[in-house]
Design a protein around this ligand. Structure first.
Ligand SMILES: *[C@@H]1O[C@H](CO)[C@@H](O)[C@H](O)[C@H]1NC(C)=O
Ligand SMILES: *[C@@H]1O[C@H](CO)[C@@H](O)[C@H](O)[C@H]1NC(C)=O
Ligand SMILES: *[C@@H]1O[C@H](CO)[C@@H](O)[C@H](O)[C@H]1NC(C)=O
Length: 616
């Protein structure tokens, strides 16, 4: 039974073709988007399948742990969790329970489910309650009361107060005659100069003033043609329906928004120029502090293209193009064009020249010339959904700041590149996180990151070689390693032979020395072998790595001494105590160990000498 259920689910996506065939004439979109629809349904099916699998596991556990024969349905118990968290239909839980001779507490479940739904509802209405919303009932009440929709054509006029009349006062649930002195009420005027949030442009703010005092406008929304000014009365003598009022829009704030909006149009245009006509605006938001533009595009935009897009917009700003807006009837729609009059476009709609200018249907408020945007900086480009990318950009002073910041960072990188070793490493690490967080043009950010990674290549630490090198040059590294190894051997052997020669000439029976080859065990070993071979003298050679605080020790006792294998180990073990040796080993009279505390080297060498003078 259950299996059949699952199979049915997995079949729906395969039915799309049939549905498209049967109904495609009536709904041509079914044919047009058939594969897309199929894809989405298949994805949903897969996701539901995963949910089912998880739910089944959960059910099995619940069925195992059940006390008695009833699976509980109350809040936070099995059947409820299956529904609430795993989306498991209660019927399915019942069905599976039945197969095992169990029942489900459906009554308890229904109560818990209703409570959960209530909770979700009140959580939702709280969010909405932050602002006042007029639903269809409210707007139809306005119509019934003979209130006409708001004439908001004055929003396109700048820097002017606007006289109007209060037509309605709305609390969020009812219309009243006098506005109370409380936060958050809505006012409908006969006409307004306030811009209501629309088409991705944020609303205007400001005040509505009259003999009553002033009403601070925090938010402006439009519902069915009625512009609702939302805010609060500030020290009023009573604001009545019918009062004459003056709209005072905060044009300073709007003047911050407008360039960003106009730049959105230029950006849209530039994106199509550079990426192609498939670029479709998926949404945009114009805030006082930045603009965001979402568009359809299948893959990340290359930094070079970002650079081109940014420079097209900046070129239009430099070209000081006039921005035109016209209502076109009969609809009416408002056309905004940059660089050419809307009339010119309409007179000769097929002119290819228009392909090189931005034209959009738009009801927003714009600057009158592109020069007012001053500058444009494209800060980021990222994917936000399958096939949808988002660009964030700034204009005016913020764009200048972004450019300044980028060039100061570039200077910092040049400065850092003069350093070497661990200082360079430190500077690069600091710069890296600084660049990641910086609000600078995305294309420049990519350039800076390239510079940083070049520095990183330069400073990659070549393991035991104890210096920084270019890791992509494998051949070079091999040669370098070989050369360094040879040099180490020469150095160690020469130092050991010198010391041994002196020791022998002084009639000493052993020699102890330190060489400077880091943890290069091969070189240290070679030094010991050469001394045994050439001088036949017991020898112990130390070498350390100060950064790692480690020491390598090799000892050799010639086979002319009895039990040389045992003696050499005893010698080494004594010496390694202060150096915290790992436990040495060896054969044929040679033994070696590594110590993890090179700071006691002096003590170790003293012990080595004492032991040798007593026992060798
Ligand atoms: C709105 O006001 C403007 C300016 O007075 C006027 O030209 C326009 O006809 C009005 N629109 C409506 C729909 O009344
Ligand atoms: C747009 O956003 C920027 C920050 O990006 C802000 O400083 C500016 O005032 C807004 N308006 C304009 C015109 O850029
Ligand atoms: C690192 O080595 C590669 C391969 O030899 C070379 O192409 C690259 O230029 C080198 N990078 C630097 C910074 O020297």
């Amino acid at each position: 039974m259950f299996v059949i259920f699952c199979l049915m689910i997995a079949m729906i996506s395969s039915l799309v073709g049939i549905v498209a065939k049967v109904m495609g004439d009536v709904f041509p979109e079914l044919k047009q988007y058939q594969s897309k629809i199929q894809e989405i349904i298949a994805e949903e099916e897969a996701s539901f399948g995963r949910t089912l699998v998880k739910g089944i596991e959960k059910f099995k556990k619940a069925a195992q742990d059940v006390q008695g024969t009833t699976i509980s349905g109350q809040a936070c118990t099995e059947a409820f969790i299956l529904w609430d968290t795993y989306g498991f239909p209660i019927d399915l839980t019942q069905l599976m329970a039945e197969e095992r001779g169990l029942t489900v507490d459906v009554e308890g479940f229904n109560i818990a489910m209703e409570e959960a739904r209530q909770k979700a509802r009140s959580a939702r209405s709280k969010v909405v309650g932050e602002s006042i919303v007029m639903d269809a009932d409210a707007t139809s009440e306005l119509h019934k009361n003979g209130v006409a929709t708001t004439n908001d054509s004055y929003k396109f006029i700048w820097n002017q107060e606007h006289e109007s009349v209060v037509k309605a006062i709305y609390t969020g649930s009812e219309f009243i005659e006098i506005a109370p002195d409380v936060a958050d009420i809505g006012i409908v005027l006969e006409s307004t100069s306030f811009y209501a949030e629309k088409g991705g442009q944020i609303y205007d703010t400001g005040s509505i003033e009259g003999s009553f005092g002033s009403f601070i406008v925090n938010n402006v929304q439009v519902y069915g043609g009625f512009v609702l000014h939302i805010g609060s009365v500030n020290g009023g003598k009573g604001l009545y329906v019918g009062d004459k009022v003056t709209c005072k829009v905060d044009y300073d704030r709007r003047s911050l928004i407008a360039p960003n909006h106009t730049c959105t149009h230029m950006l849209n245009f530039a994106l199509r120029e550079v990426l192609g006509d498939h670029v479709d605006q998926k949404g945009s938001i114009v805030l006082p502090e930045k603009l965001r533009f979402d568009f359809s595009h299948g893959k990340p935009v290359h930094p070079e293209d970002l650079k081109k897009i940014e420079s097209i917009v900046n070129q239009q700003i430099t070209d000081e193009l006039d921005v035109y807006a016209n209502e076109i009837y009969p609809d009416p729609v408002r056309v905004v064009s940059i660089g050419r009059k809307v009339e010119d476009l309409l007179q000769d709609p097929d002119n290819k020249e228009w392909l090189s200018i931005s034209t959009e249907l738009c009801g927003g408020t714009h600057i009158s010339n592109t020069r007012e945007a001053k500058s444009f900086a494209l800060l980021s480009e990222e994917g936000i959904a399958k096939g949808v990318r988002r660009i964030t950009a700034v204009t005016t002073e913020c764009a200048f700041k972004a450019l300044e910041l980028a060039s100061s960072m570039s200077a910092e990188i040049s400065e850092a590149s003069k350093s070497e070793g661990s200082l360079l490493e430190k500077k690069v690490a600091a710069l890296k996180s600084k660049i990641d967080a910086a609000a600078i043009p995305a294309a420049l950010k990519a350039d800076l990151r390239t510079k940083i990674s070049q520095l990183e290549v330069r400073m990659v630490f070549c393991g035991s070689l104890n210096f920084f090198c270019n890791t992509s040059d494998q051949d070079g590294i091999r040669k370098l390693k070989k050369k360094i190894a040879e040099e180490n051997v020469q150095k160690a052997v020469k130092a050991a032979i010198d010391v041994a020669t002196i020791a022998a000439s002084e009639g000493k029976t052993f020699c102890i020395t330190q060489v400077d080859v880091g943890l290069d065990t091969a070189a240290v070993r070679e030094a010991v072998l050469k001394v045994l071979e050439q001088q036949g003298l017991p020898i112990m050679v130390f070498s350390t790595d100060e950064t790692l605080n480690k020491a390598v020790v090799y000892a050799g006792v010639p086979n002319t001494s009895p039990k040389n294998g045992q003696v050499v180990l005893e010698w080494l073990n004594e010496v390694m105590k202060p150096l915290k040796g790992k436990g040495g080993g060896g054969k044929n009279g040679i033994a070696q160990d590594q110590g993890s505390d090179a700071s006691c080297l002096g003590e170790a060498m003293d012990i080595a000498a004492k032991f040798a003078s007593l026992k060798l």
